[in-house]
Design a protein around this ligand. Sequence first.
Ligand code: CA
Length: 235
Amino acid sequence: MSARILIVEDEEALCALLEYNLKEQGFDVRLCTNGEDAMNALKDEQPDLIILDWMLPHVSGIEICRQVRARPESRDVPIIMLTARGDEDDRIRGLDTGADDYMLKPFSMTELIARVRAVLRRARPTLAGDIATFGDIILDRETRRVRRADKEIHVGPTEFRLLDCLMQRPGRVYSREQLLDLVWGRDVYVEARTVDVHVGRLRKALNEGFDKDPIRTVRAAGYSLDETYANVSAG
Ligand code: CA
């Protein structure tokens, strides 16, 4: 699973360039070329980060930024503003309105991607890199290894993806159907009960030798990571 980025930019060439480069870095990208589309897109689904152009037709970037910050569901979504203006006043105004970072056009893609990663690392630590942590559990996507309190945990590939998925958003409850889509993929036909079997295996592997179960079963809803676990185990 990768971080979802919403790009709001009316220059088509720049849009295409951003989309290409961010997708290549493994990000899930959605594009909007004006402010109204962006506000509609935000009603559907919250991205993990917004790249927002200052100068947009109809609704300006600064206005979108204000609206994003005013809504409880999008208040915490990090925003990187793009602008052609170099004026210090505008820069400060952008940051005042709630942007997390600022890029002056023209910018290098390498620089933008570095900023995207930095902002995500602060706002969504589990999505930013190869290593995800939850309390004393560490999941390394590069080496495909899992550790809990310095003990190596051996999990199968499905259990690994399942844990990775749950660790992306601790506390969020995933239904069996959502887990099937995210872990097994939409095109694969698997019974919902299969999820229970693999959660069972993951629990067995994770919990051997430990008292606390970090996975929460939510009756009639699904599974999530128990947020209280992260607080307790992190001291
Ligand atoms: Ca523009």
